[in-house]
Design a protein around this ligand. Sequence first.
Ligand code: B12
Ligand code: SF4
Length: 510
Amino acid sequence: MSLSYTLATYSSKRKFFDFFVPDNGIAALASAIKDRGGDCAYFDLNAFHTSEEDFLSFVEQNRPNIVGFKLFQSGFLHTNELAKQVRKVSPTSLVIAGGPHSTLYGEAIFQVTDAYDVIIVGEGERAIVEIGEYVTGERAQDEVRNSIWKINNEVVATERVWENDLDSLPLPDYDVFRLNEYFPIFLLNMVRGCPNQCAFCCHPYVWGRKCSNAELRGRSRSAIKRTNVVRRRSFDSIRSEIELYRMKYGVRSFSIVDSTPDLPLIRKICNLICTSRPDIKWVGFGKIDLFDDQTYEMLGRANCKCLWYGIESGNEEMIVRIGKRYSRQDIFEAIARAHRNGIRTIGGFIVGFPGETERSLAETGDLACNLGLDAVVISPYLLQPGSPIALSPEKHGIRLDADWMVRSMCVPENEEPHEVDFYEIDGLRNVQWWERFRAVSDYPGWDFDRQIEAYELATLIGEQLGLEPDEFMKEVDVILKKQDADSLHALIGKAWLQEKANSVCCGLSR
Ligand code: B12
Ligand code: SF4
């Protein structure tokens, strides 16, 4: 029996241009489904030409075996409503949820909604196939990995398994997207997990972390395989993925989304670009203390156009508290090296981390203004489940309200997550704590504009359109404010034409 799946994402209405870059997580799931002979349709409910009515009537007419939602924090409450509608129009479909918000909140989701039959946490490629096998009766409920069910009012979770061999997963498949509605940039995920443990960050919890030998000692090989360690793909697998996208779609612009760059893999990719694929351009995350002079030179030669650095603070004591290991001097040197090699830079800073004072903030402001960054992203500190702080709050002077998971999970779409009241820092409610630092938006050169966060993607799209990133961002901002679908699609069309033409110029289209 061929199983039919319909996947959907809603995270808020078309506010930012990065919603118009195809989602690699969805492409990975679509590929896993097809690999097992299933059918997969995808509805991006952020896109202009996809209405909720179209989605619901498709589900009503086709009655897919499985309807799956990707959950993000923004859009979570609305997605729950959509899931309930799905139940009404297609009562036979199994309604499931996965994605970052599901992984972070897991079974707590059942405290606020019964819209889903199953919540999948963590990686979804194998779990989504196993859910299909459950539907066809080939697998029992408790044999579906990474799944959480509500059975007779009791929440039951199965074992969480971390994919040990990333190369064994099929390459993400972008045929499921209407690609002419997206800018021609594909996201590359080469490594899952991060070996560091910054106090505010949930990524190692979500994707895997470095385990000490003591933690692993005495465990069997299969138990170690099931531990949340950092996992890497092989260079051969990544090269095949890049080749596939170049040949099949004509896409040569990539964003490497790994939380922390993997130096050996990055070097191999640079070598590939320098020796035989000069048409490839890319952006990714930087790390202040990772690259030396030689590596920066290599990155520049290999068309690395922009790096996103989580700098976090300009105060050395705060940097240590946050869990990073570099000095102000290191920061100046890293940014200068990137610029010397023609690489643009974005610096991300956290404001209001526990321990922040007016003085530490002033030092951050001073640093951000003097580094010569191409874009500055300021994020108010936000307590995230799974972060070291959430796992041991008392160490950081934090007291969490009993219902903090539910409150932080259910941020209304028109509210900022950091303005939701759910914990105390040093005896102050978190919103009062934030008030102390709110004035940072007056710092010259500081900008809270969420769009800036995707400046690295703007550098790639700018290259495609022959525009400076700022020019592109201004143009697209006007278009999105007017919700002008025609102009957006004209811009996207131009980017595709240019992307494909570039490859022909290099003689590498075949
Ligand atoms: C690249 C990236 C993007 C890309 C999108 C690509 C993507 N895959 O999500 C872009 C730039 C478009 C983007 C935008 C946004 N992002 Co973003 N993004 C990331 C980043 C840096 C990497 C994600 C990634 O590539 N993961 C690898 C892929 C393979 O994993 P995945 O997409 O999660 O999918 C896997 C599983 O989650 C699961 N899965 C996913 N969906 C589903 C659905 C079902 C039914 C099932 C069963 C399983 C399943 O299976 C997939 C394969 O294993 C992460 C931070 C990080 N380092 O993790 C933030 C992150 C995921 N983003 C985040 C946010 C908030 C957003 C925005 C909502 C920002 C905003 N406020 O506007 C938007 C929403 C975009 C949208 N499409 O609606 C948050 C999510 C937090 C939360 N609680 O929701 C993160 C964790 C950053 C953070 N720490 O805050 N993002
Ligand atoms: S902030 Fe970056 S380096 Fe630190 S734990 Fe998170 S992903 Fe890793």
